[in-house]
Design a protein around this ligand. Structure first.
Ligand code: UDP
Length: 337
């Protein structure tokens, strides 16, 4: 029997795309998710085990009863604003939850981990584009919680022989190419889905002047005054995880590594809106409002280290691919009114 990959948070947005890709590439997949924010019906392959990261007895049983080669760890809370108001939730879920997972892994001799980290660990970088050597100074508890786990992984490598790769995602976007699974957050706070929700509303006959879409600030020091982000297609993130797993197989004693995952290109909020208008063919409107607290003006990756060391390349570097796939998904699964 071939060994399995355990995907924590496999019922969430990125995790569910990971499960699907692993299955398509012939891996045996186990999913561990507490289903608090994930959706069981997003799990299209593998075996779903409902469980919490803090339930170490259950985790031990999972590792004992299955032949698991590696863990891809997505289970986490990921709302920046919520983390500011409820830091306890973030440190409990993202840090102590992860530590419980790592301790079960080590106790059961499972020593390979791909970890979902984030560009939010960099805070407001002084220089751009962001490389892995850019100082990490997170400005919210979410980013801080991910950075703390990166540090735990660095300490566990020499002490317990835990091999890990932390992937620092820039802005995840898009959905599966065939429209079979997609993004479902409640509440939805991300730019691209919110733009497409507005396009759907206008397409259904809504008045563009009554727009729900808000642009958070147009007075940043950028080319059009709105924030710049590096949007990476969810399946490009997933293919990087498989590349990271393969690298860990080839270099088992390398310790803890970290790589940026982005496409090395930034779009302003207004450029994203314009691209969405082109892809959808809907002429929707927006209102400019005050800046959102904690938004750095520009976050753009230098992902060349991931490209060379992981032998990986994003295939959907054009944001219009992400928009097309997400539009297909939301057109078939419009948000509840
Ligand atoms: N944004 C916006 N309106 C929204 C949601 C987001 O103008 O309704 C902006 C936000 O200020 C940021 C960018 O879009 O500059 C991407 O935000 P998102 O929440 O999607 O991702 P983040 O960069 O915060 O991880």
């Amino acid at each position: 029997m071939s060994k399995s990959i355990l995907v924590t948070g496999g019922a969430g947005f990125i995790g569910s795309h990971m499960v699907r890709m692993l299955d398509q590439r012939g891996f045996d997949v186990l999913i561990y998710d507490n289903l608090e924010r994930g959706n069981a019906d997003a799990v299209t392959a593998g075996t779903l085990i409902e469980g919490d990261l803090h339930d170490s007895e259950k985790l031990h049983a999972v590792f004992r009863e299955h032949d698991i080669e590696a863990v891809m760890h997505f289970a986490a809370l990921a709302y920046v604003g919520e983390s500011v108001h409820e830091p306890a939730l973030y440190y409990r879920n993202n840090v102590t939850g992860t530590q419980s997972l790592l301790d079960s892994m080590c106790a059961n001799d499972v020593k390979k981990l791909v970890f979902s980290s984030t560009c939010a660990t960099y805070g407001e970088p002084a220089t751009l584009p962001i490389t892995e050597d850019t100082p990490q100074n997170p400005i919210n508890p979410y980013g801080q919680s991910k950075l703390m786990v990166e540090q735990i992984l660095k300490d566990y490598a020499p002490a317990y022989g835990l091999r890990s790769i932390a992937l620092r995602y820039f802005n995840a976007a898009g959905c599966s190419e065939d429209g079979s699974i997609g993004e479902r957050h409640d509440p939805e706070t991300h730019l691209l889905p919110l733009i497409l929700f507005e396009a759907l509303r206008v397409q259904a006959g809504g008045n563009p002047a009554d727009t729900n879409l808000m642009v958070f600030g147009n007075d940043f020091d950028t080319r059009d005054g709105t924030c710049i982000r590096d949007y990476i297609h969810v399946n490009d993130l997933c293919s990087a995880h498989i590349a990271a797993f393969e690298r860990m197989q080839k270099t088992p004693t390398e310790g803890a590594e970290q790589f940026n995952l982005g496409v090395n290109r930034g779009y302003t909020v207004l450029e994203v809106i314009d691209a969405c208008r082109q892809v959808t063919g809907v002429d929707f409107g927006y209102n400019t409002v005050a800046r959102r607290a904690g938004d750095p003006p520009e976050l753009v990756a230098d992902a060349s280290l991931a490209m060379s060391r992981l032998n990986w390349k994003p295939v959907h570097a054009d944001i219009k691919d992400s928009i097309r796939h997400a539009w297909q998904w939301y057109s078939a699964h419009p948000p509840a009114a």
